[in-house]
Design a protein around this ligand. Structure first.
Ligand code: GAL
Length: 490
């Protein structure tokens, strides 16, 4: 009883602190949505956005929490004589306010893109020097989210102060409009935004651009993983493992209202196996990156659909504690044949309700039996001597209740979750009950499937066979009184 009271007081305090820290009251949990860039590049139009928005409603993606429809680069044709940004009317014949209105009518938010430079990366008009005018235009159009890029910044980067000043101008301009607009900075990790952007932005890109590969090295993403926190040339064509290994050093700097952005999701774009996409989704959720789908929603396949909608994984992302998982260890395993070998990692972190997430990641080229001890998992709480290691834990597998392909296909064909689900439940409806409420109510969809007990004892071990380029992810819940823990230091 006593520890329950303590826990409640602790979480209350945590939520009050978060509210104070959040500069504009948005993104208490990492934002979710869709952006056209990964799948469509500059090929944008009203039809694409509205077609996608409609489909997101039909498929239950909006209700799963994917709220923002974000229009990326290449939407304008410059400025009117009075300086106001002008949409490209061949792509958006009815203008942007119309698009925003249609998206709002579907119960979704509308995001747009600009650049803290003279031009955008696609060489359209940028907002440098036009911050207030452009913020006012976005607010007038009904924009709820601004992705703000870093190309053509006229040399205004190189120190944290210079970058801060440039990005702060748009932050202040957005706030001055009086409209609540999520501010998503995209300066690719330059000048360490995790040190300064939490007071002016809701998220900041932490690395160069992602591409749809699990671990292929590419010279266009030149910084080594160890240079993650000091990368002068972030580049593009960064693989999923490259990004994970770069952000490890500062991932704990995410907090409610200000998140490290690991870039948009590639699931569904065809460059990775199903197991690799499960790693991508699991890690982006557990590391508290924004979850922005980057594929064509109108032609989603069953595998991608059931990954994007897995409630037990989304519950990691939207957990009210807002604490990123941390890497506990990383080892290299030798190959058993000429194609084997590679790296394995253990990640763990605390969640609301005294729960923990544990992730066994096998990036090696063959299936491996991975083992973790409670001392490994509870390293931050004192490892071998921690209270947590003295407790027995219920273990829930977060992928075991994944929607079967037959169900996913039925939904995708019927265009309706209600008709196709037929009494079964694989989708979480966050419109009806928020993730925070669902987690507090131990909603079974959010918990995953109970697969056993992890016995107390610092050296007590959990073992699992993890596929090649695969992942096992678990929620741990203490048996008996909840344990109180503090999130990692910022
Ligand atoms: C890049 C950005 C991408 C995309 C692109 C558009 O700088 O990182 O996410 O927005 O510009 O040109």
């Amino acid at each position: 009883m006593l520890s329950k009271t303590v826990l409640t007081a602790a979480s209350l305090l945590a939520s009050q602190v978060s509210a104070v820290l959040m500069h504009n009251g948005v993104a208490a949990t990492p934002q979710m949505g869709w952006d056209n860039w990964n799948a469509f590049g500059c090929d944008v139009s009203e039809d694409l956005l509205l077609g996608t928005a409609n489909r997101m409603v039909e498929l239950g993606l909006r209700d799963a929490g994917y709220y923002y429809i974000v229009l990326d680069d290449c939407w304008s044709t410059g400025r009117y004589p009075n300086g106001t940004l002008m949409p490209d009317f061949t792509k958006f014949p009815n203008g942007m306010a119309h698009v925003a209105g249609q998206i709002h009518a579907l119960g979704l938010g509308f995001g747009m893109y600009s650049d803290a430079g003279r031009y955008t990366c696609g060489q359209y008009a940028g907002s440098l020097g036009y911050e207030q005018l452009d913020a006012n235009t976005f607010a007038e159009w009904g924009v709820d989210y601004l992705k703000y890029d870093n190309c053509y910044n006229e040399g205004q980067s190189g120190t944290a102060n210079i970058s801060y000043a440039r990005y702060d101008r748009m932050s202040q301009a957005l706030n001055a409009t009086g409209r609540q607009i999520l501010y998503s900075m995209c300066n690719w990790g330059q000048d360490h935004p995790w040190d300064w952007a939490y007071s002016i932005a809701n998220s900041w890109r932490a690395t160069g651009d992602i591409y749809d590969s699990f671990d292929r090295p590419d010279v266009r993403c030149p910084c080594s993983e160890e240079q993650g926190f000091d990368c002068a040339f972030p580049g593009f064509h960064c693989s999923v493992m490259n990004i994970i290994n770069k952000v490890v050093w500062f991932i704990h700097r995410s907090q409610p209202g200000g998140w490290n952005d690991l870039d948009m999701l590639e699931i569904g774009n065809g460059g990775q196996t199903d197991d690799e996409y499960k790693i991508h989704m699991t890690m982006w959720a557990a590391l508290k990156s924004p979850l922005i789908m980057g594929t064509d929603i109108r032609s989603l396949d069953a595998n991608a659909y059931s990954i994007y909608t897995n409630p037990a994984i989304l519950a990691l992302s939207q957990d009210p504690a807002g604490a990123s998982a941390q890497r506990r260890w990383r080892y290299y395993v030798p190959s058993t044949d000429m194609y084997g070998g590679g790296e394995i990692q253990l990640w763990a972190g605390n969640l609301a309700q005294g729960d923990y997430v544990v992730i066994l990641l096998n990036a090696a080229n063959e299936a491996l039996m991975l083992n973790a001890t409670l001392a490994d998992v509870f390293l931050d709480q004192g490892g071998a001597i921690s209270t947590q290691a003295k407790s027995n834990w219920d273990v829930f597998d977060l992928w075991a209740s994944r929607m079967p392909n037959a169900t996913a296909d039925a939904i995708l064909t019927a265009n309706s979750t209600v008709a196709a689900l037929n009494g079964t439940s694989y989708l979480y409806n966050a419109t009806a009950q928020s993730y925070a409420e669902g987690i507090a109510n131990n909603d079974t969809l959010l918990m995953g499937t109970r697969v056993g007990t992890w016995q107390a004892g610092a050296q007590s071990t959990w073992s699992a066979m993890v596929p090649r380029h695969g992942v096992m992810a678990y929620r741990l819940r203490p048996q008996g009184a909840p344990t109180v823990s503090k999130r990692d230091e910022l």
